[in-house]
Design a protein around this ligand. Structure first.
Ligand code: GDP
Length: 478
């Protein structure tokens, strides 16, 4: 533990020059930003009659996990990271393929396209990183693990089909994650294409097109005919510029595992996205409870690379175990520390598997409210018809109290799906089903993610339960 003259000066309300002079008289020569050890600081504080409280050493892991405070002078613009979302068959995969194929620069043309979970293209000299697992399932699963990789969401809506259930889900996911949305109205080559109808439908979900006085950028594209792609890239760069995305490429890397698997020949292979710093061959890395040392790296064009900077997707070989998608990874300079942390995480993981994790549920909601742990109750509403979704939404939102706000983060028609569970898990929300049930996968997921799913046949009962839970009057379930 150490401190600087500057910090001491602030704490002791004494000018730094005076402190430096005092230290000099004690035979310690320092400058204002120089670290001084605890003992010296103690003696100095006592000289001025301060009582000193010695803090316990901070948890090294907590310190490591914390996003470092960056000196703004060291930050440089980094490429934006884009995720494509939207309803099934609206053209997410086609769009990702079209962008990739039409934007391979001459120098890269010889390279073999590799699937490493994300790829980078260049437009007007600027790079854009696309996560190439389309759909919000991946997005949500990652968020459930605390990872936030997306800077911009591209919402693909087929011009001949319009806004569909998964379109709405994607909008809600993006809003919940506070990620800006650009709408790509796809399949405009089709005879039945009606972009205006899409825009009209989007307004019902809070996305008003720019040309209609709103602030949502909409671009007409055809993934098949390769039309509008340049416009789309331009808009992405525009939004990225406004977002002022920065990173420091000269620090140890940190980022997120996008995918990982056990390769028979190569051992654990992880596709990671570097989000800050640079990852180098030889770096000691940790991701979740997996430890490793980077033996080899490959980029999305199949080239072996030695260094990967911010927003670069890269395939990493050298992990001892397979990490999980959504795990935060980081390079750790102190290998001993890395080993200690991973060992501790493995123990913790085993412990956690044994005991149930704390999740919000109606059962213990009141306790959490009282303890000040919960200020907002997130709810996902699923019902058999849209009318019931709306009725529930309105009635539930009316239950807001001074202590806790009810927030309907998503409402939809149909059975409770695995995606709903992952969404609830990511947002620490509960699920209320009205005249619907969870499917098999959802039931399994709810169990493993410990998501509270409540099923009702009477709207009044649902409202009463939530109301009772908020005021601590819910009867325990038997
Ligand atoms: P995803 O499920 O959202 O990934 O959708 P896909 O990319 O798999 O596309 C679904 C279908 O729509 C495929 O048959 C595509 O060929 C077709 N499709 C995608 N984009 C376009 C387009 O711009 N125009 C037309 N006419 N068809 C498209």
């Amino acid at each position: 533990e150490s401190t600087t003259v500057q910090e001491l000066s602030l704490k002791m309300h004494k000018g730094p020059a005076e402190l430096i002079k005092k230290l000099l008289s004690m035979g310690v020569m320092v400058t204002i930003n120089q670290e001084i050890d605890t003992d010296t600081a103690l003696i100095l504080a006592e000289e001025y009659g301060y009582e000193v409280e010695i803090k316990l050493p901070v948890d090294l892991e907590a310190q490591l996990m914390q996003e470092p405070e960056e000196d703004s002078a060291l930050l440089q613009t980094r490429p934006c990271v884009v995720t494509v979302m939207g309803h099934v068959d609206h053209g997410k995969t086609s769009l990702l393929d079209a962008i990739r194929e039409t934007n391979v620069t001459a120098t890269e043309a010889g390279g073999i396209t590799q699937h490493i979970g994300a790829y980078q293209v260049e437009h007007n000299g600027k790079k854009i990183t696309f996560v190439d697992t389309p759909g919000h399932e991946a997005f949500t699963a990652m968020r459930a693990r605390g990872a936030q990789v997306t800077d911009i969401a591209i919402l693909v809506v087929a011009a001949d089909d319009g806004v569909m259930p998964q379109t709405i889900e994607a909008i809600n996911h993006s809003k919940d994650a506070k990620v800006p949305i650009i709408v790509a109205i796809n399949k405009i080559d089709k005879p039945g294409a009606n972009p205006d109808r899409v825009k009209q439908e989007l307004t019902e979900h809070g996305l008003v097109a720019e040309e209609w006085g709103g602030d949502t950028i909409c671009v007409n594209v055809s993934a098949i005919k390769r039309e509008g792609l340049t416009d789309l890239l331009e808009m992405i760069l525009l939004v990225a510029e406004v977002s002022e995305l920065k990173a420091n490429q000269n620090r140890p890397a940190r980022g997120t595992v996008i995918e990982a698997e056990l390769d028979k020949a190569r051992g654990p292979v992880a596709n990671v996205l570097v989000q800050n710093g640079s990852l180098n061959i030889g770096d000691t890395i940790i991701a979740g409870a997996a430890l490793g040392r980077v033996r080899a790296m490959m980029d999305d064009k199949g080239r072996r690379i030695k260094k990967a900077g911010p927003s670069t997707p890269v395939e990493v070989i050298g992990f001892s175990d397979v990490p999980l998608a959504g795990d935060i990874f980081m390079a750790v300079e102190d290998e001993k520390l890395a080993r200690t942390i991973v060992a501790r995480r493995q123990t913790k993981k085993r412990e956690e598997e044994l005991k149930t994790t704390t999740r919000v549920s109606l059962e213990d909601l009141f306790k959490h409210i009282q303890e000040g742990q919960i200020k907002e109750l997130g709810i996902i509403v699923k019902a058999d018809v849209q009318g019931s979704v709306e009725a529930l939404r309105q009635a539930l939102e009316r239950l807001n109290t001074g202590e806790v706000k009810v927030n309907i983060i998503h409402g939809g028609v149909g059975a409770i799906s695995e995606t709903d569970i992952m969404f609830a898990s990511a947002s620490n929300a509960i699920i209320i089903g009205f005249n619907v049930r969870p499917d098999v996968n959802a039931r399994k997921a709810a169990e493993s993610e410990k998501v509270d799913v409540r099923l009702y046949r009477v709207i009044y009962d649902a409202i009463e339960d939530v109301k009772a839970a908020m005021s601590g009057l819910l009867d325990p379930e038997y």
